[in-house]
Design a protein around this ligand. Structure first.
Ligand code: LLP
Length: 393
């Protein structure tokens, strides 16, 4: 196995590039997406890329090469996907709060389907469709009440979550679709959460889906699509070792556990697992200081460039690429005026001093796409590495 992460850190001179910046390994991206495509197509499954994970244009263009569909959660994500040449018939559009304008946009562009999340939304989609004289293809996003065993702020499929139609209202929603000439019901959509690191929740999801499909006689309502959402996690603790998620076991699990008729097409919406490991955040150490009883490293990147540690107490590995000498325990903090602006507490690094470059790993998903301009921060540049070449966009 080539130790690519190590080489990447060692071989390039980043000192002339303005920090902080996102650094993307396009070879790893390609390897990852290609493996996911290969494993899913073994079973005839179809992948939509979850645009929210990262809509950097270069990442987007590279993903486009693999003929995936896209999963959007806003009108602007739909627009951006179309601009990048993703065909409208591969676009799914979810979200609990679609505006009338967004629904119009979806229908005007004849996207594959709207994943509807409430009875009221169905009524509005039907009204808009009637006005536009354009029946809307819809899937019903169901809240299956399955625990994803992930951080509570990125769990979506439990009773208390705002997402999806509850099982109590599914029958009404199905009947509503059946009675509306402006809605074409095509199937069910599920998404139970993100950063799911065990396959067990997916096994439970499959069992639940099998039950729902049968109990509600989904086929009889015209159901021919099963969208299982995304959520497959990545290894934040040891990204060098586990650069690519285990897509083989992931897709095999669905193949082995879903019991729906063979003509039902199974779709997925993967975000993090496709792009998470290909990106890092490179940041310079501005200062170090000794607190009352701890040492701080202050970096020029902050929560505005990577929110995950603050929002979800997420752990990202940090490496010092300027020094390998010694060993010290630090809190690594950003420059933002928030106490919570900490990337890592009590983390072990080599002796670190002003001017050193740090890399925060596993920043390909939900880092660049979640930047803030709080404190009037400027959005960082992105740098790409592909086949030994380094370039910026
Ligand atoms: N499908 C739907 C309907 C979703 O809401 C999401 C993510 C995905 C697919 C893709 O999930 P993935 O495969 O990327 O896990 N900002 C959080 C993650 C929020 C995920 C939101 N929905 C984080 O940084 O961990």
């Amino acid at each position: 196995m080539k130790s690519y992460f190590f080489n990447l850190s060692q071989m390039l001179d980043f000192t002339s590039i303005k920090t902080p910046f996102y650094l993307y390994d396009l070879d790893l991206l390609e390897e990852t997406v290609s493996l996911a495509s290969k494993e899913s197509s073994k079973y005839g499954f179809f992948i939509h890329y979850a645009v929210k994970a990262n809509y950097n244009p270069v990442i987007f263009r590279n993903i486009k090469k693999f003929d995936l569909g896209v999963d959007c959660v806003s009108g602007n994500e739909v627009r951006k996907s179309l601009e990048h040449g993703f065909p409208s018939n591969g676009i799914v559009f979810a979200g609990v709060g679609k505006t009338n304008e967004e629904i119009v946009l979806a229908l005007e562009n004849d996207i594959f389907c709207l994943n509807c999340e409430s009875l009221e939304e169905l009524e509005v989609v039907a009204e808009v469709a009637e006005r536009m004289k354009k029946p809307a293809r819809v899937a019903l996003r169901v809240n299956p009440s399955v625990d994803a065993n992930t951080h509570r702020l990125i769990t979506t499929g439990m009773d208390e979550n705002k997402f999806g139609i509850s099982l109590h209202h599914l029958q009404n929603a199905l009947e509503y679709c059946k009675s509306s000439p402006n809605l074409e019901f095509i199937g069910l959509h599920f998404h139970i959460g993100s950063q799911i690191t065990s396959l067990e929740p997916y096994r439970n999801l499959c069992n639940k889906v099998n039950h729902i499909w049968k109990k509600f006689d989904i086929q009889n309502y015209g159901g021919r699509l099963l969208n299982m959402g995304g959520g497959l996690g990545i290894d934040y603790n040891d990204p060098e070792k586990n650069r690519i998620p285990d897509f083989k076991s992931f897709f095999a699990l669905f193949y082995n556990n879903l019991r729906v008729p063979p003509e039902v097409k199974v779709h997925f919406e993967l975000g993090r697992s496709l792009v998470g490991q290909c990106g890092r955040l490179v940041t310079k150490v501005l200062y170090t200081k000794q607190g009352e009883n701890k040492k701080f490293v202050i970096t020029d990147a902050g929560m505005t460039e990577l929110m995950r540690p603050v929002l979800y107490q997420a752990v990202h590995r940090i490496i010092n690429i300027s020094s390998q000498y010694g060993r010290e325990i630090y809190d690594v903090a950003g420059p933002i005026c928030e106490t919570s602006d900490i990337f890592a507490k009590d983390t072990v690094l080599p002796f670190t001093s002003r001017g050193h470059l740090l890399q925060i790993l596993s920043c390909g998903a939900y880092a660049e796409s979640m930047t803030l301009n709080f404190n009037l921060r400027q959005k960082p540049d992105s740098i790409y590495i592909s086949q030994g070449e380094i370039f910026s966009s």
